[in-house]
Ligand binder design. Structure first.
Ligand code: NAP
Length: 468
């Protein structure tokens, strides 16, 4: 190796995003004892942790304990955090390319996939992304509103996000009162009149995307009955081979057990329907009033994949609220190659690809959902980031970095941001916000009371006096 990566000339690395994949990349990088490096992590929000803060449901607090690992990473001397720094607005990718030998895009998937059916944009039809961001106090969604005065809602898709949304709607809000749910969301849920939630899967119980533990949580709610129609719980011939997968088998057994329970007598109902695709949202005066669904039959193709095909039988569900939970997609960063079809950064095993030549763009990488799409649990990102870091180290050792990068001066990025009037937030600043949120929570009998607006966060940090 050249002199790059020695203490005299450390490798300068920028990581864009501060969710799990970003921190696992930083962790794996810092374990490389034979390469000296400096890591700067950027996030458009003043707060770190991505979906751990803005996505994980408030009643799943234990999952958030992973941040203890991220805090240890952030404590490394070679690590800096630049929150409230939007790559694309506060600082350009060209700025980063001038300053860093390697850049890692850990930007996740910021938007939702579209359904592509008429009526999708009627008032009362929302993306699950917006609802999740709202109850979690994400600054982008704190101003959203959802009409919870209706009695019936539909959640489209049966992945774990759909299950989170359903659970938040169906459970007794008092169970959320001591969590870190946004205060305005708790108030709105307390007034909610939603009593019936249709949870709609386009394929059958053997192809459900939710995890067995997640659907069981719905089945065990005190405030709601999970209801499955016996004929929809039965497996058709094409689905039977899918139960070779132990998770799918557990899911099938569970919904079959549930289907034998009938309606139950709890105040709310979650009606889990299978082989039902939304075909149109019907509105009145611009607001959704009903959802037309088509029954599907399942077909196994030569590759072994079971797909849903419309059977020409329709049903109308009278609902006043719809949450579309059919997956996420990435948002392109100006100047970074993006695969429109797959909704993620063009890459081969984490190396960003030049779209014209299909060869790696020297010194640029992707991790997490930005790399592989919106799949997997938080822990999935660890191995995924380790694999990208392996490629980064290989490339650094063979000199395949952004060699023109004029890093070296630790003051360069803070100066650049100051010259652009960016009030960046350091990790020490975040720790102060964290302590304030915990203290506010304590007085309210909650785990944490989140700041939900960026201006509020910056005001709490007392202006620029605390900036190093
Ligand atoms: P997901 O697991 O991919 O589920 C998407 C769901 O939408 C599937 O049921 C899919 O059905 C359905 N769908 C897609 N297009 C559709 C269409 N046009 N019409 C009707 N249904 C459609 O995605 P996700 O729920 O957004 O979750 C993303 C990732 O985060 C997953 O890996 C998930 O496990 C993870 N996550 C985990 C947790 C947790 O552990 N508690 C919580 C939240 C998220 P098909 O299967 O037929 O395509």
């Amino acid at each position: 190796m050249n002199t790059l990566g020695t203490p005299q000339q450390p490798l300068w690395i920028a990581i864009i995003g501060s969710g799990p994949s970003a921190f696992y990349a930083a962790e794996a990088l810092l374990k490389q004892k034979d390469v000296a490096m400096r890591i700067d992590m950027f996030d458009r929000l003043p707060t770190p942790y991505g979906l751990v803060r803005g996505g994980v449901a408030p009643d799943h607090q234990k999952i958030k304990n992973v941040t203890a690992v991220y805090e240890r990473v952030a404590a490394a001397e070679a690590f800096r955090f630049f929150g409230n720094t939007h790559v694309g607005r506060s600082i350009s990718t060209d700025d980063l390319r001038r300053h860093y030998h390697q850049i890692v895009y850990a930007v996740g998937n910021e938007t939702d996939r579209r359904l592509g059916v008429p009526g999708e944009d009627l008032a009362g039809s929302h993306s699950a992304t917006a609802f999740v961001g709202w109850y979690n106090g994400h600054p982008d969604y704190q101003g959203s509103s959802f009409d919870l005065s209706v009695e019936r809602a539909a959640v489209i898709g049966i992945g774990n996000v759909a299950i989170d949304v359903t659970r938040i709607l169906a459970q007794d809000p008092e169970r959320l009162a001591s969590t870190d749910i946004a205060a305005y969301a708790l108030e709105a849920l307390r007034k909610s009149r939603v009593r019936e939630i249709y949870l709609l899967g386009r394929r059958g119980p053997a192809q459900a995307a939710y995890s067995p533990a997640e659907i069981r949580e719905i089945g065990e709610l005190e405030s709601a009955d999970l209801v499955v129609l016996p004929n929809e719980a039965e497996l058709d011939e094409s689905s039977k081979p899918d139960t070779a997968d132990p998770e799918a088998k557990k899911n099938v057994d569970y919904v079959q057990e549930i289907s034998r329970r009938g309606e139950g007598s709890k105040p709310r109902k979650v009606r889990l329907r299978f082989c039902a695709s939304p075909v149109e949202l019907i509105g009145e005066n611009g607001r959704v009033q009903a959802l037309r669904i088509e029954k599907n039959r399942l077909v196994r193709d030569d590759s072994g994949k079971v797909s849903a095909r419309g059977a020409g039988e329709f049903e109308m569900l009278p609902i006043g609220l719809v949450f579309r939970s059919v997956g996420y997609r990435g948002v392109p960063i100006p100047g970074v190659p993006f695969d429109e079809k797959d909704g993620r950064i063009s890459n081969a095993e984490g190396r960003v690809l030049n779209p014209a030549t299909k060869s790696p763009l020297q010194g640029e990488y992707a991790v997490g959902w930005a790399k592989r799409g919106p799949t997997g649990l938080i822990g999935t990102n660890r191995a995924d980031s380790v694999a990208t870091v392996k490629a980064m180290v290989e490339d650094a050792k063979t000199g395949r970095v952004r060699s023109q990068a004029a890093a070296a001066d630790p003051a360069a990025i803070p100066q650049l941001l100051k010259s652009k009037n960016v009030r960046y937030v350091t990790f020490q600043d975040w720790k102060r916000l964290d302590a304030l949120e915990l203290a506010r929570g304590k007085t309210l009998g909650k785990i944490r009371d989140k700041f939900t607006r960026v201006d509020e966060m910056l005001a709490a940090l007392n202006g620029s006096a605390n900036q190093p």
